[in-house]
Design a protein around this ligand. Structure first.
Ligand code: VGL
Ligand code: ZN
Length: 200
């Protein structure tokens, strides 16, 4: 099999009750569990920030969550504190099957650079190593699912196409944040880049 399923950030903080809850975030869990059973290679990503991370509004005096600032690598949305390393919020949703994972990739560990994509940090140039991991295992096609459609899923999908993978996003297995129209913008950008958007 040359296909890998990449499951993005299905963690407590992105589910209802979490610090950066995505509406219906937990509803993707049964679908993703079923998809994992059908795919040979499975990667789970985990947003994994140190306390005081540069993407947290609390790290910037006078800033509130959902405001944006300009950092050396560009625009950055400031988030509520979320997915702090080792916290319950950073743990996978308890319903998510983790046994099928061949790789669990943690990202966002650099205090100064956020990392939405599974492939690169938000400077778009510091690699996580996932490209090489997939490529050396003969993977040519990736299916993405998880949270959030308009941030980490979108960034991962755009990088995957740019790197030459045939890229599919299973929209029914994703949920978005939708900040200032970011959901519509993400779908448009992914389509334009050549990402195949599917719905069951
Ligand atoms: C995410 C915002 C901040 C995501 C992660 O998983 O989409 N969004 N950190
Ligand atoms: Zn994050």
């Amino acid at each position: 099999m040359t296909r890998a399923l990449i499951v993005i950030d299905v963690q407590n903080d992105f589910c209802p009750g979490g610090a950066l809850a995505v509406a219906e975030g937990d509803s993707v869990v049964p679908r993703i569990n079923a998809m994992m059973a059908e795919t040979g290679t499975v990667v789970l990503t985990q947003d994994w920030h140190p306390a005081g991370h540069g993407s947290f509004a609390s790290s910037h005096e006078g800033k509130a969550p959902m405001e944006t600032i300009t950092l050396p690598y560009g625009e950055q949305v400031l988030w509520p504190d979320h997915c702090v390393q080792g916290s319950t919020g950073a743990a996978f949703h308890p319903g998510l099957r983790t046994d099928p994972a061949d790789l669990i990739l943690r990202k966002g560990t650099n205090p100064a650079i956020d990392s939405y994509s599974a492939f690169f940090e938000n400077d778009r140039s510091t690699p996580t190593g996932l490209d090489g991991w997939l490529r050396t295992r003969g993977i040519t096609t990736v299916t993405l699912a998880g949270l959030a459609t308009d941030f980490c899923v979108q960034f991962s999908a755009l990088d995957a196409v740019r790197l030459g993978f045939e890229t599919e996003v299973a929209l029914d297995a994703c949920r978005g944040i939708d900040l200032n129209g970011s959901m519509e913008a993400a779908l448009t950008a992914m389509r334009a880049a050549g990402v195949t958007l599917t719905e069951r």
